[in-house]
Design a binder for this molecule. Sequence first.
Ligand SMILES: Nc1ncnc2c1ncn2[C@@H]1O[C@H](COP(=O)(O)OP(=O)(O)OP(=O)(O)O)[C@@H](O)[C@H]1O
Ligand SMILES: [Mg+2]
Length: 287
Amino acid sequence: MSVLSVKNLIYGYSKGTPFEKGALKGVSVDFRKGEIVAVIGHTGSGKSTLLQHLNGLLKPDSGEVLFDGKSIYESKETLRKCRFNVGLCFQYPEQQLFESTVYKDIAFGPTNMGLSAEEIKKRVHSSIDYVGLTEDYLDKSPFDLSGGEKRRVAIAGVISMEPKVLILDEPTAGLDPLGKNNLLKLIKDYNEQTGNTVIFVSHNMDDVALVADRVIVMNDGEVALDGTVDEVYSQGEKLASLGLDVPEITSVFIELNNAGFDLGHTEYTVEGAKNAILNSLSKGGAV
Ligand SMILES: Nc1ncnc2c1ncn2[C@@H]1O[C@H](COP(=O)(O)OP(=O)(O)OP(=O)(O)O)[C@@H](O)[C@H]1O
Ligand SMILES: [Mg+2]
């Protein structure tokens, strides 16, 4: 069953000016409970604009946003419910952090939800730990932190609300390889431990193959492809026409298969490729 869906979303920036720009041109998508969905697409394709509609931050010119089957604009109550249950981490964490200390920033959401002081404290401490920062950070100003630390604090501020749908706009941008792997693990863990939906944007096709169940490809304000990693990544030519590449390991795999090595179906992750090669070798295949 879908937890969140959008129907025929249309949205333009700078309406009524010479700079008017159609950013979403009729987007319909269902997000189901418990899935990890990656949204990909070249720069300017409408990914961030779509995500900002999912928790009511942007209001569509026309179309619907449904949470738990109800329009989020039906009443103040439905919009409030959506804001607390659909947690969005912005592409640029600076736009999200505004309190004088990290503690206050992370406590902001749970406080608005009306939780008890004790519960708020518990959530702040567990969230900072969840994103891999120590409690020493809680008294610091969020503005004195590095880019990667700011991003983690911004994510902690959303996770502290324990949202049914966690949305992360380019969470791995600007992180070093270790930070990136920790973040991908966080996505998996949050999904597995809570059974909640995670939606994230990435420009890295390898990362997407590692963690996503499903991939939505945006192009020029529309959904160009929507399917499992296999379904989407097997359309190499179509992806190339949308300005996207399949993962490097997939290109190597296609070359090996073309060269006559029988490795079976295409793989999208290094781990999957390793297993397929070992499997072929164990059957006496020449690799
Ligand atoms: N605040 C804004 N004012 C005017 N136009 C905007 C604004 N934000 C985005 N746009 C335009 O809307 C379109 C979609 O932008 P959006 O930020 O959703 O793309 P994106 O897929 O997230 O890109 P990126 O990968 O660069 O983050 C682009 O053409 C962009 O220039
Ligand atoms: Mg964006």
